[in-house]
Design a protein around this ligand. Structure first.
Ligand code: COA
Length: 506
């Protein structure tokens, strides 16, 4: 993708003499108000300074430092990681929970993934591309973690888990409702064993009629309002490829955990954190709940169905590729669309750059034509406008359109294929797409930390093999002796049963 060459700074639009005078007067009035405000604030400050003199020194010191240590003298990026020292007992599987714990790992937490002996996370064998090696489904969601195998229903396994609960700060799980309790790991037990422990869960639904249901990605997309509002008006509801139910909820949970860790600094105790997938999806679809309420007051004029004269029903309709915001947009064909399914561009007719759009597409007369000059005038004509713009975009590649439009600040977005994203050098440079080496499957691409921090630099590490760190965690962390580890091994609590391991999943 080409870099934008033009500075984003723009000069203010020219005003008429009358408007200039009014603006001057308003500015002067504002300035007077500001002076009065400043004087009042200065008086208040002087008063509080007088009062402060009578306050004892330690309190003033505490207020200034806000309880924080002195700023580190180490260069940025060399003072450790954001979540360094936080230990996560990771009971997650499939996608939603692992997304959350991988993010915590990227931020520096020590993530200990507990897996069933001989089986592990079901995704290790799902959608396998390399025979005998962990699948990409697993490897791309479980980097920066250690793996220990424990049969959580075995008495010895329960004993190890108790030590781990005492040892860790956060337990994260996304089992089906009730599964954690059935293992004996109830909130009451965990809280009693380690009152500082934060217990974080992903579930399909929050409390209510569906709370006991098992939920996968697309169920959440449907129940959270995303599917009914995605797709074309004439077609059925559509689910999106972005995993807003799984990865989206994992992200919400990670946010909850970090907040609970912060609250624990004050209270000294852990708490339960719940992210329901229906809630997570709805949170990401909130603009459609906005539109549902707007419907009471008339048609949704920015939806292209308004311009097409199609009446609105009682619920928010599917809006195809309409922009969903106040600036109309649509996906348009570009040069080569006949052969390349991704030769398209998203084009936004942002009002402030309407003049530039008219010039670029060769319709300068639209700048002054009353049918096109203003946003309200354009709304009923959006289909014709986008058809006309498309006549122009079809003469250029999506990257040429991007370059020409960016020069004049028209917001556009090329439809990038996954192949193009995988090969994009700038994403490699920022660490958003990372190549990781793996002992059994060889190098693979993963998505690095999407959040970049100047003082907590992410180092992406490969996913662990099943039980790769069992001995290390039992010995070094949990202080079991070599003799005890040998006993644990022979008990069957951390090793696979001879028969009955799960068959390879599809
Ligand atoms: N040792 C012993 N048993 C273990 C174990 C271990 N280390 N790890 C898991 N198990 C057991 C559980 O205790 C459970 O047994 P039980 O039902 O007899 O009590 C069993 O494995 C299966 O767990 P479950 O969560 O029910 O898995 P599932 O494959 O049947 O269902 C989901 C998968 C995703 C549908 C379900 O976990 C779920 O709804 N999770 C919450 C929502 C969610 O996160 N969905 C998105 C997934 S990306």
């Amino acid at each position: 993708m080409r870099k934008k060459t033009k500075s984003r700074q723009k000069s203010a639009p020219k005003k008429s003499a009358g408007k200039r005078a009014t603006a001057k007067a308003t500015k002067a009035a504002k300035a007077t108000k500001k002076v009065v405000k400043l004087a009042t604030r200065a008086k208040a400050l002087a008063k509080s300074a007088k009062e402060a003199k009578s306050v004892k020194k330690p309190a003033a010191k505490k207020a200034v430092a806000n309880g924080l240590p002195k700023p580190s003298a180490k260069p940025f990026g060399q003072a450790g990681k954001a979540l360094e020292g936080i230990r996560v007992l990771d009971f997650t599987h499939v996608q939603s929970g692992p997304t959350c714990t991988q993010l915590l790992g990227y931020m520096g937490a020590d993530v200990i993934k507990v897996e069933r002996p001989g089986v592990g996370d079901i995704t290790r064998t799902q959608l396998r591309d390399v025979k005998g090696a962990d699948s990409l489904y697993f490897t791309m969601l479980n980097g920066n973690k250690r793996s220990i195998t424990i049969d959580s229903k075995h008495p010895k396994g329960k004993e190890i888990l108790e030590r781990l609960i005492k040892h860790c700060d956060v337990l994260v799980e996304n089992f089906a409702p009730g599964a954690l309790d059935r293992m004996g790991l109830t909130w009451d037990y965990i809280h009693k064993t380690n009152p500082r422990m934060i217990v974080a869960s992903v579930k399909g639904f929050g409390p209510g009629p569906y709370e006991d249901c098992k939920v996968y990605e697309n169920v959440a997309q449907c129940a959270g309002g995303a599917a009914s509002t995605t797709g074309f008006r004439e077609g059925p509801p559509v689910v999106t490829g972005a995993q807003i139910g799984d990865s989206g909820t994992g992200l919400h949970l990670a946010f909850g955990i970090v907040c609970a860790l912060n609250q624990r600094h004050r209270t000294g105790r852990g708490q339960k954190v719940l992210a329901a997938m229906q809630d997570g999806v709805l949170n990401l679809t909130r603009v459609k709940l906005r539109d549902q309420q707007r419907l009471k007051h008339g048609p949704l004029t920015e939806y292209s169905q308004y311009g097409e004269g199609v009446a609105f029903g009682k619920a928010v309709p599917r809006a195809g590729n309409d922009s969903g915001g106040g600036q109309p947009g649509w996906i348009l064909k570009c040069k080569g669309w006949e052969e390349d399914p991704d030769a398209y561009i998203y084009f936004i007719t942002q009002a402030p750059v309407w003049g530039a759009i008219c010039d670029v597409i060769g319709r300068p007369e639209w700048k002054t034509d009353p049918d096109y000059a203003t946003p309200p005038a354009r709304l009923p004509r959006l289909k014709h406008i986008f058809d006309t713009i498309e006549q122009w975009t079809m003469t250029k590649t999506k990257f040429e359109v991007m370059e020409i439009c960016n020069e004049v600040d028209i917001p556009v977005g090329p439809i990038l294929s996954m192949k193009e994203i995988a090969e994009e050098p700038s994403l490699r440079e920022t660490g958003t797409v990372v190549e990781v080496d793996h002992p059994t499957r060889g190098a693979y691409l993963t998505v690095g930390n999407p959040v970049k921090m100047s003082d907590s630099i992410t180092e992406v590490k490969r996913s662990p093999l099943l039980g790769e760190h069992t001995d290390e965690i039992l010995g070094k962390e949990l202080r079991y002796s070599a003799k005890e580890i040998a006993e644990i091994k022979s008990s069957g609590a951390i090793t696979a049963p001879e028969k009955g391991t799960r068959a390879e999943a599809a």
